[in-house]
Design a protein around this ligand. Structure first.
Ligand code: C2E
Ligand code: MG
Ligand code: MG
Ligand code: MG
Length: 291
């Protein structure tokens, strides 16, 4: 992606000019085949509250190309978006995630799962109804599904986007605003989007403990989100110091390597079974209790 500003100063995202190079076309065909063959996987990364309660798991797509090895999601998602494959990828991800949620529920594990959806999806006619139908087919209650969107959904036809999101929340699906603080975040968007959660982008969280400006941005974001009744999740939390700063700033939940990286389904199941009752606690806190 290349960021550039349009005449009104709003940042718009454009896929790189080389979108039709043989390399990208090759990857696109390979991705399409991988989806058809079921060779694309989902890994799951926990979101935990400061009291240790597991708030949910985020599904993150993983593709290992037979010759090139692991392809980063940012890369193939850009290709899917600029080629029309995105609806197919999202259907695949929703289908896989909901099948997993149904299996977990059958084992008594009722943790909600979050799925990332692209602006394209939100503009696909009938998207809200299709999600509701899929939930029904898997026997999964809408409250067990969260969809992560970004403000980019409002770039093109904001009214259509707002209608789709209203349809989804009307079915009981919870919406989360991802990567908040990047691009062209604005209060207007926050007010227009029917979200119940806001995720502070990793770029502000990473240097929180050493950069006062980033700490102020996080503080203001937390206060703003709370004044609008939203839950605040910080992404990319890698160390204890950052965890402590976020807790002190009143953030509600964290996600990051400090807790766990995204895990393949079996590992995520074992993680949930081990953490289910007691929740997740930092090693330093466990040591303190043991001492
Ligand atoms: P995101 O939704 O903001 O996801 C968070 C990204 O940060 C993930 O990268 C995750 O693996 C990474 N991460 C988590 N904790 C840490 C940490 O402590 N430190 C660092 N340095 N990184 C951390 P990933 O999996 O490479 O995904 C990148 C982006 O691709 C996602 O950003 C999301 O926008 C998109 N994406 C992933 N899966 C899907 C999907 O199924 N559908 C769609 N539409 N987009 C997806
Ligand atoms: Mg996300
Ligand atoms: Mg994010
Ligand atoms: Mg992000």
């Amino acid at each position: 992606y290349q960021a550039k500003r349009d005449r009104t100063g709003v940042e718009v995202y454009e896929s790189k000019r080389d979108s039709n190079t043989p390399d990208r076309l090759g990857l696109l065909g390979d991705l399409r085949r991988a989806l058809d063959a079921g060779d694309v996987e989902l890994h799951y990364q926990p979101k935990v509250r400061f009291d240790g309660q597991v708030a949910g798991l985020e599904a993150l797509v993983r593709w290992v190309h037979p010759e090139r090895g692991r392809v980063p999601p940012d890369e193939f998602i850009a290709i899917a978006e600029s080629s029309g494959l995105m609806p197919h990828l999202t259907e695949y991800v929703l289908e896989t995630a909901l099948a997993q949620v149904a299996r977990w529920r059958a084992q008594g594990l009722n943790t909600p799962v979050a799925v990332n959806v692209s602006p394209r999806d939100v503009h696909t006619p009938g998207f809200a109804g299709a999600v509701a139908a899929r939930l029904a087919r898997h026997g999964v209650p809408a409250g067990s599904l969260q969809l992560e969107i970004t403000e980019h959904v409002l770039l093109e036809d904001p009214q259509r986007a707002a209608d789709t999101l209203a349809g989804l929340t009307g079915h009981g699906v919870k919406m989360s605003l991802d990567d908040f603080g990047t691009g062209y975040s604005s209060l207007v968007h926050l007010r227009r989007l029917p979200v119940s959660e806001l995720k502070i982008d990793r770029s502000f969280v990473a240097r929180l403990a050493v950069d006062n400006e980033d700490a102020e941005i996080v503080r203001c974001t937390v206060d703003l989100a709370h004044s609008l009744g939203l839950l605040v999740v910080a992404e990319g939390v890698e160390d204890d110091e950052t965890w402590e700063r976020l807790r002190d700033l009143g953030c509600d939940a964290v996600q990051g390597w400090l807790v766990a990286a995204a895990m393949p389904p079996d590992e995520a199941t074992a993680w949930l079974l081990a953490r289910g009752e007691r929740g997740w606690h930092r090693q330093v806190d466990l040591d303190r209790v043991a001492a």
